[in-house]
Design a protein around this ligand. Structure first.
Ligand SMILES: Nc1ncnc2c1ncn2[C@@H]1O[C@H](COP(=O)(O)OP(=O)(O)O)[C@@H](O)[C@H]1O
Ligand SMILES: [Mg+2]
Length: 604
């Protein structure tokens, strides 16, 4: 077979492998290049030119070898492959070891199984499997409708088996499915196989494009990888079991069964889909339409084939034998539609749950509202801070002004009172001072020393006598700073003088004067003007801040309004969407119920 239709993109980075011709040369001498004893003893199948015959695929050159004891092996030599080829094959081997399955083909990955030139390269060793590629088998049984129907059913069983093990082959197509003489299916070529332990790695290939959904990319890799190809193969086999003439009409067997990549890419202009759907029996047309509808789904939503129990009457599935032309193909076909209808109901259910969750939440709008509120608060706070900072200095100046005013008032009052006190004390001549030992002579000597009225009596102290027999001296500080030193005033007299002055002072304090209104006014007018300037400045700043706050609120008010309206509109839209999904869901459920009823009726 040729591989011109295989669209396996080159995975990167890829180690350098020998080319097909180099392997071919090397395999002229298996004993020299192969390390496995079975293989080294074998001889490669030869082409008419006498060279080892290679089936060259995109990833590998495949050679068949026969050992002297008659055993046959297949050797897969890689011409390209992912850097983790060994790990992948180990994971696949481990996964397949765990399961019992008729479709498995044993293999052994040998990391440096073949020497080419100076290098050693990996290979996969397999036992040769008797059987025909799927296309050849179909061609040979084209007129055996029950064999083809049975083939379809066995294929569906194989797909179900893969699914239940969580495995996907990755490149289901005629070249990778062998049918043995008993009609049993075997899968080969596990390069692109997915097993659960490989989850998370990139795929690395796209599979044969005549079997793949047009949306499949190199990156797609997972347990659902085979869904679309399974529908293609199943539909083709069923179609051929119903009408073998389709093989000739649609050029079946030419790198495909009946359908090709261009039918999938543009189903509206596909002669093949038109041909399958333009039929009187309806059942095949329904299946074809079901397959066609899968093309409108994104790859990850393509449902798997229905389970075998859905496809077949229970009794037939158990014995697994096709029983002639009365085989209930209708059940098989309706089962396909049921699966699609179920997938539609599931999808709508999912959409409904999503719409319901969104209902009234409109998270983006709520977030925007919250953000707007925060922005407003932040802007207002920044303004308040700025205002406070601008006011701090002015307020401090105002405070300073008050302090200065107080100080000025206190000083004026102090001077006024000092003067009035002085005047009051001056009204009391020293001659009116009486005390122990105070005589008119004492008054005289006080007067001569400058102490004429009570106002002249400053600080009074007594100096001790300077020698025995000498008198103590009384020292009086006069208002001009001079000192009067007297021996005519005894210490007792000095104490009495101090008391006299204190008594006069306390009497004078009772009539202490206050600042006159004129004096008050003089002091106030000094700071009044300055104060007015300050309060004008403060008021101006406050006014500016009020305007700014209004501006910010007005500016954001529009945003608040718009968001509230958008929220309302979004809620209405979601409600309408929910209603729409509800209607669609009701329709889909009705359609499903009807199909299920037809399906049940088709079973005996
Ligand atoms: N174990 C096998 N037994 C019999 N035929 C095989 C075996 N392995 C491969 N082949 C034949 O070789 C062809 C190519 O092998 P495959 O493993 O699919 O390589 P490729 O990567 O080229 O597709 C298959 O289509 C099949 O006809
Ligand atoms: Mg292959």
């Amino acid at each position: 077979m040729t591989f011109s239709e295989t669209t396996r993109p080159q995975p990167a980075p890829s180690p350098r492998y020998p080319g097909a011709a180099e392997y071919q040369r090397a395999l002229q001498h298996p004993d020299l290049c192969l390390s496995d004893p079975d293989l080294a003893a074998g001889a490669a199948d030869l082409s008419p030119l006498g060279l080892p015959r290679a089936v060259s695929g995109n990833f590998a050159s495949v050679f068949a070898l026969t050992c002297p004891d008659g055993r046959r092996f297949v050797v897969r030599c890689f011409v390209r492959g992912p850097h983790d080829l060994g790990e992948r094959y180990a994971a696949i081997a481990e996964a397949l070891d765990e399961i019992e399955a008729g479709w498995k083909a044993g293999f052994e990955f040998q990391p440096s199984g073949i020497r080419v030139g100076e290098g050693r390269f990996p290979l996969v060793k397999m036992a040769w499997l008797p059987g025909l590629q799927l296309c050849r088998y179909v061609q040979e049984h084209l007129w055996d409708s029950s064999a083809l129907l049975q083939l379809a059913v066995r294929f569906a069983a194989l797909v179900e088996d893969l699914r239940s093990s969580g495995i996907a082959h990755g490149d289901l197509q005629h070249g990778n499915i062998l049918v043995d003489p008993g009609g049993n299916l075997r899968l080969i070529d596990y390069d692109g196989m997915y097993v659960p332990s490989l989850s998370g790695r990139p795929g690395g290939e796209r599979g044969h494009r005549n079997y793949q959904h047009p949306g499949r990319t190199v990156g797609d890799y997972g347990p659902d990888l085979d869904n679309f190809a399974a529908w293609v193969i199943y539909t083709s086999l069923l179609a051929l079991s119903l009408d073998p003439l389709l093989w000739g009409r649609l050029d079946g067997g030419d790198e495909c069964l009946l359908l090709r990549w261009n039918d999938f890419a543009d189903p509206g202009r596909s002669a093949a889909f038109a041909c399958l759907e333009d039929r009187p029996d309806g059942t095949l047309a329904d299946l074809s339409r079901a397959l066609r509808s899968l093309l409108t789904l994104p790859l990850h939503e393509v449902p798997p084939l229905p389970e075998l129990g859905e496809l077949l009457p229970a009794a037939r599935a158990r014995d697994g034998r096709g029983d002639g032309p009365e085989f209930p193909a209708a059940a098989v076909l309706v089962g396909a539609e049921v699966a699609t209808a179920r997938a539609a109901v599931d999808e709508l259910r999912r959409q409904r749950a999503e719409a319901e969750l969104d209902q009234g939440r409109a998270p983006a709008l709520r977030r925007a509202q919250e953000e707007l509120r925060n922005r407003e608060a932040a802007q207002l706070k920044a303004m308040q801070d700025h205002l406070a900072a601008s006011l701090v200095e002015l307020i401090e100046q105002e405070r300073e002004l008050s302090r200065a005013e107080q100080a000025q008032r206190a000083e004026a009052l102090r001077l006024l009172r000092r003067e009035s006190m002085r005047a009051e004390l001056e009204r009391h001549p020293i001659s009116r001072f009486y005390g122990p030992g105070v005589s008119p002579r004492t008054h005289m000597s006080l007067s001569w020393a400058g102490v004429r009225t009570a106002a002249d009596v400053g600080e009074v102290s007594v100096e001790k006598p300077s020698g025995p027999g000498r008198p103590a001296l009384t020292v009086i500080r006069l208002p001009d700073g001079r000192q009067a030193r007297l021996d005519s005033v005894s210490p007792e007299g000095a104490r009495a003088l101090v008391e006299w002055r204190r008594w006069l002072e306390s009497r004078a304090a009772l009539v202490a004067p206050e600042l006159s209104p004129a004096e008050e006014e003089r002091i106030l007018s000094f700071s009044r003007q300055r104060r007015r300037h300050l309060s004008d400045a403060i008021e101006k700043i406050r006014e500016g801040a009020r305007d700014e706050e209004e501006r910010v609120r007005a500016e954001l008010a529009q945003g608040h309004d718009e968001l509230a309206q958008a929220l309302l509109a979004e809620q209405r839209r979601l409600a309408a969407r929910l209603h729409e999904v509800d209607v669609a869901l009701a329709d889909a459920r009705r359609a499903l119920a009807e199909l299920e009823w037809r399906h049940r009726r088709a079973r005996p």
